[in-house]
Ligand binder design. Structure first.
Ligand code: FES
Length: 70
């Protein structure tokens, strides 16, 4: 149940605001093998928005760390 709730929250949590990429998409991409910032950015286009990745890069790095611990 808690996991389902987390999934719903993740769908509504934007990681890259410029490109409208949510946390659940990011997690899936990381689990599918994008294990570096560059790979995640390439797979999602996160970081190529108007802020140039200023807002989402720290969040992607955090997520990569979180997913490594799982
Ligand atoms: S928030 Fe990701 S490029 Fe701006």
């Amino acid at each position: 149940m808690a996991e389902e709730n987390q999934e719903i929250i993740d769908k509504y949590t934007k990681v890259c605001i410029c490109k409208a990429i949510n946390k659940s998409t990011m997690k899936k991409i990381i689990k599918d093998g994008a294990d570096t910032l560059e790979k995640v950015q390439k797979a999602t286009s996160a970081g190529s928005g108007s802020c140039g990745g200023r807002r989402c890069t720290p969040r992607i790095l955090e997520l990569l760390e979180e997913c490594k611990q799982d």
